[in-house]
Write a protein that binds this ligand. Structure first.
Ligand code: UD1
Length: 445
């Protein structure tokens, strides 16, 4: 296993191209299970979570071909050979639970291992199960597996009303996927509105699904007996974009992000401005895309560029609270905390989505940060000079916050367990190096 070494001190400058969103690509790949025709996805990021899902889908009999151009994947689920998702793959990636709804809708039964705990909290799957029960499934949990089947009287899921007590991205996606093939109308109340959910809904519509209320908290789905293949371009990764924005800010640099959706980052960018970073957004009109790899034309999300300039004056402390979209994303909380260690004054960072998402705090403290956690709020005293130290990555976003802190620290910071980073960041070292950072991998002893 490798460790990542980061030499602090360089001020980043230049341009970085943002990859497709991992969290959008995963449910889109799963949507291939609904159809007997190929689904072509463009702009799929080259990260290890995508490889894990490829292996899982391959186990069900999905044929996957990788085209050279633009991260394009063709997924063909014309015949499924299994509806069993084993613990070995599911434990590697919680998003594997997304296959439950589509497998059940297509095959009439599905068995998916319970994902188990993870570093950022208990992360139960009760909402996924309740959603499928509301669509007429019989679900049992035994032997560490969620086993779902249709009642013997039915050949398809039935339309129904799914009411979520609080919005869940994954459970909304699971319900949306399953309801698209159910018989009759389904309503999802208190649905998550994240751009990744919208991207999935837009692709399902291209596949022939009838969905209204896309982007709102109430989704209405008229189930179809059969959906068709299509081509779809994955939206840009707002979390990757936000991470490079923080890299620019924490190194007091000047960086331009390309191929992004600035609209998806509105609240986050507002907080960066309050922290004294100059943010300039340029949006472009949606373009027709997809002809080269698939022969099918699709209309893209409005894309653009974000220019960040943190070269003028000191960074200021800003309070943030994570909350469902469009508010501040939990997936950018750790990165923003790293930034706040370099801002003048006291900032309060409140995590309202996951109960244990402060695993990065102890590691940031090892680098010299002054942070105190009380309940769901971390108080950061800045600005403190950071000193390089060996640190341990605990989850995907926590690990990248340590890379960011390393960029601002004096000396060479070593980050261990970097397989977390490879789950979600495409070519992190290459992109940082192109912006002038000194970052390299070494074998971990
Ligand atoms: C997705 C994202 C993840 C992001 C999170 C919140 C993917 C692959 N991952 O995760 O990066 O941090 O959204 O934006 O897209 N919950 C339950 N029961 C359930 C499901 C969820 O109690 O059955 C709770 C969770 O513990 C959490 C909250 O709901 O407290 C929101 O989680 P959810 O939106 O479901 O997150 P994921 O879909 O797992």
């Amino acid at each position: 296993m490798d460790k990542l070494c980061v030499r602090g001190g360089a001020s980043l400058s230049g341009t970085v191209e943002i990859a497709g969103a991992k969290n959008a690509a995963l449910p889109l790949m799963v949507a291939s299970l609904l159809i007997e025709e190929p689904l072509v996805l463009e702009n799929v990021p080259a990260v290890s979570d995508i490889e894990t899902l490829k292996a899982l889908l391959g186990g069900f009999g999905v044929e996957i071909q990788q085209a050279d151009a633009d991260g394009a994947l063709s997924l063909n689920a014309c015949a499924l050979s299994s509806a069993h998702a084993d613990y070995d793959l599911v434990r590697r990636m919680r998003a594997s639970i997304l296959v439950l709804g589509p497998l059940l809708a297509r095959e009439g039964y599905a068995e998916v291992s319970l994902p188990g705990g993870c570093a950022i909290g208990s992360r139960p799957v009760n909402m996924h199960v309740e959603a499928l029960e509301a669509l007429g499934a019989e679900v049992a949990i035994d032997g560490g597996y969620v086993r779902a089947r249709l009642p013997s009287s039915r050949s398809r899921l039935a339309g129904g009303q799914v009411v979520f007590a609080s919005p869940s991205v994954g459970a909304t996606e699971n319900a949306l996927l399953a309801a698209s093939l159910a018989k009759g109308e389904s309503k999802i109340i208190n649905a998550a509105c994240e751009p990744e959910v919208v991207d999935l809904a837009n692709c399902l519509v291209k596949m022939g699904a009838e969905i209204s209320g896309i982007g709102t908290s109430t989704l209405l789905i008229q189930g179809s007996e059969c959906l068709q293949g299509t081509a779809h371009r994955v939206i840009p990764d707002r979390v990757e974009a936000g991470t490079y924005a923080v890299a620019a800010a924490i190194t007091r640099g000047r960086v331009r992000l390309e191929k992004v959706c600035p609209d998806h980052l509105e609240v986050f960018l507002g907080m960066l401005e309050r922290a004294n970073v100059v943010v300039q957004v340029e949006s472009q009109a949606p373009q027709m895309q997809g002809a080269e790899t698939s022969g099918l034309q699709t209309k893209s999300e409005p894309q653009g560029t974000i220019a960040l300039d943190a070269t003028g004056g000191a960074l200021c402390a800003v309070d943030i609270t994570t909350a469902p979209y469009p508010m501040f994303p939990t997936d950018l909380q750790a990165q923003f905390m790293a930034l706040m260690t370099q801002a003048q004054g006291e900032s309060h960072i409140t995590e309202s989505i996951f109960e244990n998402r402060f695993m990065h705090v102890q590691e940031l403290i090892r680098l010299g940060a002054k942070i105190e956690v009380r309940g769901a709020t971390a108080t950061v005293q800045g600005a403190t000079p950071l000193q390089a130290a060996p640190v341990m990555a605990t989850d995907l976003r926590a690990s990248v916050s340590l890379v960011l802190a390393g960029l601002a620290a004096e000396g060479d910071t070593e980050i261990r367990r970097i397989y977390h980073l490879d789950r979600g960041y495409q070519n992190l070292e290459g992109k940082l190096r192109a912006l002038g950072a000194e970052v390299w991998r070494e074998p971990q002893d």
